[in-house]
Design a protein. Structure first.
Length: 97
């Protein structure tokens, strides 16, 4: 997962295998995330290998955590505060025209 001479540090761009290792999934799962457009990546050259920017992977991971938090709150139903999830503050919720 490290590049030669990097002293153990990960560079700016990750291979699909690097991202799969970080996420503890197989390479095919990361490839599917890229091809579906869910995980931002670039191609090196017109048909070269995919590369995932480390910062983009971190953002994607944080978004997954947030989706999970919202999903859990929503699925708890009777315990979830729908007003809080909607972003509305106190008072009555007005219908959208």
């Amino acid at each position: 997962m490290t590049s030669p001479g990097s002293g153990g540090e990960i560079g700016r761009f990750l291979t699909i295998a690097d991202a799969a290792e970080i996420l503890a999934v197989d390479v095919a799962a990361v490839d599917e995330l890229i091809r579906s457009g869910e995980l931002p990546a670039i191609r090196v050259g017109t048909s070269g290998p995919w590369r995932i920017e480390r910062a983009q992977l971190e953002v994607w991971i944080e978004l997954q955590y947030e989706e999970t938090r919202v999903g859990v709150a929503w699925n708890e139903g009777e315990f979830a505060n729908v007003t809080e999830l909607s972003g509305a503050r106190g008072g009555r919720i007005r219908p959208v025209d």
